[in-house]
Design a protein around this ligand. Structure first.
Ligand SMILES: [Fe+2]
Length: 299
């Protein structure tokens, strides 16, 4: 039903800082749409993969999922409406900004804007990264993997899980019970497209992950981040579940951007497992109080 997470919408209070981080460190390509207001970030042949918009209010993150065509979109909208969600059609201006043929949007139970789109355009020009990199992994063997994953701290975990798993048919990848319940869901061979954590801290964005094709590009980004150690939210490490080796940059909006490599792909024979911890090594959460909490989170 849902094919992939194909773009994210970032509402930021510091657009210039976001552009600097995205281009200079992550290596994305920035294309200004409206000066000081709106910027498209590219990571491959598509016209945009992150849409940055300046806001004077609270920072926001929205998710743009793609479906095959208008008929599938209509089916998904009907399912959402039957489940009690109010789905709003897109305007021509919204479709033009995103470079999609069709789109509808709604708010999930935690208030995140979720967009469902089809017909995402290719750009007229080749991808020109913000720094020399080998590119981002959005496909494998011709299969669309989407741009990465989002990890959210759920305010209403039960309602969020119901939406993604039961209404939108995301399939569970695996789960962890400690130090809090976290569950991971996929829609294509990428191990997870969304992670939901029941932290009891209210709704919040933990991170958004994007994936390089080359390991050296993670290393070079890490070198640059180390020049400003306070910019690193989670140190270099490797995850137990998606096998991604990564570190996390702090974005200007408080949540983190995970820069990773070598995410595992899964198939229909995948079996849900209980995770013993989140990382095989590393991933020191620099924002937690030292010693015990950090040790526990890393294990
Ligand atoms: Fe992640």
């Amino acid at each position: 039903m849902i094919d992939a997470l194909s773009y994210v919408l970032v509402g930021t209070s510091d657009l210039p800082a976001w552009i600097r981080m995205a281009t200079d460190i992550a290596g994305l390509q920035a294309e200004e749409v409206e000066h000081g207001r709106s910027v498209r970030l590219r990571m491959d042949d598509k016209v945009q993969r992150l849409l940055l918009q300046a806001t004077t209010g609270k920072p926001t993150l929205g998710m743009g999922y793609t479906v095959a065509n208008a008929a599938v979109l209509e089916t998904v909208v009907k399912r959402l409406e039957a489940a009690g969600f109010t789905v709003t059609p897109s305007t021509a201006e919204e479709r033009a900004l995103r470079g999609v043929a069709g789109m509808a949007h709604f708010l999930d139970p935690d208030g995140y804007r979720v967009e469902l789109a089809y017909g995402m355009q290719d750009a007229a020009t080749p991808f020109m990264p913000g720094r020399p990199i080998g590119g981002f992994r959005t496909k494998a063997g011709g299969v669309d993997l989407g741009i990465g994953h989002t990890a959210l701290m759920a305010g209403d975990f039960t309602a969020m899980k119901h939406l993604y798993q039961d209404v939108l048919s995301f399939r569970m990848s695996d789960r962890a019970s400690a130090p809090f319940v976290a569950e991971f869901f996929h829609v294509n061979p990428r191990h997870h497209t969304i992670g939901l954590a029941d932290t009891g801290t209210g709704p919040g964005v933990y991170h958004f992950m994007l994936e390089y094709k080359d390991w050296d590009d993670v290393g070079r980004a890490y070198d640059m981040a180390l020049e400003h150690p306070e910019s690193i939210g989670v140190s270099l490490g490797r995850h137990t579940n998606d096998h991604v080796t990564s570190f996390y940059l702090r974005t200007p909006d408080g949540w983190m951007l995970e820069l990773g490599w070598a995410g595992r792909l899964i198939g229909h024979d995948w079996e849900v497992t209980e995770l013993p911890g989140m990382s095989l090594w590393g991933h020191d959460r620099t924002w937690l109080p030292p010693q015990n909490a950090r040790k526990r989170a890393r294990s």
